[in-house]
Design a protein. Structure first.
Length: 292
């Protein structure tokens, strides 16, 4: 009898593990997200009758949603504010869709987030100051949207950040000097915005930086002499700005680069095609009249 009881209890535990499900709060958050982004029109839809762990692009670990990867899946509409309730999320990849509405403030509450990819959508609004609370973040990519406002100085709190790409948006104002604190940064893309003022000297601290793309802005002043410390640079583009002097770049011209562009001596050089596989950015924006 004891053996039969033991076997039955073991089978019960196995069944419980196999069919364990995420919390009601997380499932509701996913359902709201599915509805707000027109899930019925996705390329690969969720079968809501199946366990969440079997939904396309959703990764569940220990009964918690840790990843949503819906890259290029025809998502349309705003991102539900309920996204903030997926508190265990580590990866959120919604790139190359047709998402609209403002950048969700609630994303800034996802304290476990390591990868946030929202590029090639139609998101508006500003990056919240609270974005600096995502201390685990290693990649923040939101290029080719309609984001505006100033780049929050709190981005400098993201000390583990390796990729920051906010290119092809409508950001304005100065580049925050706090970006110089991102010493793990390997890619910085701020191409095609409305940024102005001088490049902060503190950016010379980014010794691991391989790609620096600041082209097509309204930056001015002199190139910081601290750029001599950027020994890892492979891609460097600052053309189509209003710099007053390039004297500090003399030391860079002796290096070998994959891409090296600037407006030498105020004579505009021919604009080179950006190697998108390297710089992870695009040179065009979505227009309002794009056909769906």
């Amino acid at each position: 009898m004891k053996k039969i009881y033991s076997l039955s209890f073991s089978l019960f535990l196995l069944t419980t593990v196999c069919f364990a499900e995420i919390s009601k709060k997380e499932k509701k958050a996913l359902m709201d997200f599915y509805t707000s982004t027109n899930g019925q029109h996705w390329v690969k839809k969720w079968d809501l009758k199946k366990p969440v762990s079997q939904w396309y692009g959703v990764k569940v670990v220990d009964d918690k949603v840790v990843e949503i990867n819906l890259f290029h899946n025809n998502l349309m509409g705003p991102i539900s504010s309920e996204i903030g309730k997926l508190e265990h999320l580590e990866v959120l990849n919604l790139a190359f869709n047709s998402l609209t509405g403002n950048f969700p403030q609630e994303i800034a509450s996802l304290n476990n987030l390591k990868v946030l990819k929202l590029e090639m959508n139609r998101l508006k609004g500003e990056l919240p100051m609270e974005i600096g609370n995502l201390y685990q973040l290693e990649e923040l990519s939101a290029f080719n949207n309609f984001l505006t406002g100033k780049i929050p100085a709190t981005v400098g709190n993201l000390r583990g950040l390796k990729i920051l790409n906010l290119s092809s948006n409508n950001f304005y104002g100065d580049i925050p000097s706090s970006l110089g604190q991102l010493t793990q940064l390997e890619t910085l893309g701020l191409f095609e915005n409305k940024l102005e003022g001088a490049i902060p000297n503190d950016m010379g601290n980014l010794s691991n930086l391989k790609e620096l793309v600041l082209a097509n802005n309204n930056l001015n002043g002199e190139i910081p002499s601290e750029f001599a410390q950027l020994a890892s640079l492979e891609v460097f583009q600052i053309q189509n700005n209003n710099f007053s002097s390039f004297k500090a770049l003399e030391f860079l011209e002796t290096k070998e680069y994959l891409v090296f562009d600037y407006d030498k001596d105020d004579r505009k050089l021919e604009f080179k095609d950006i190697n998108f596989s390297k710089t992870k950015m695009a040179d065009t924006k979505f227009e309002d009249d794009i056909e769906e």
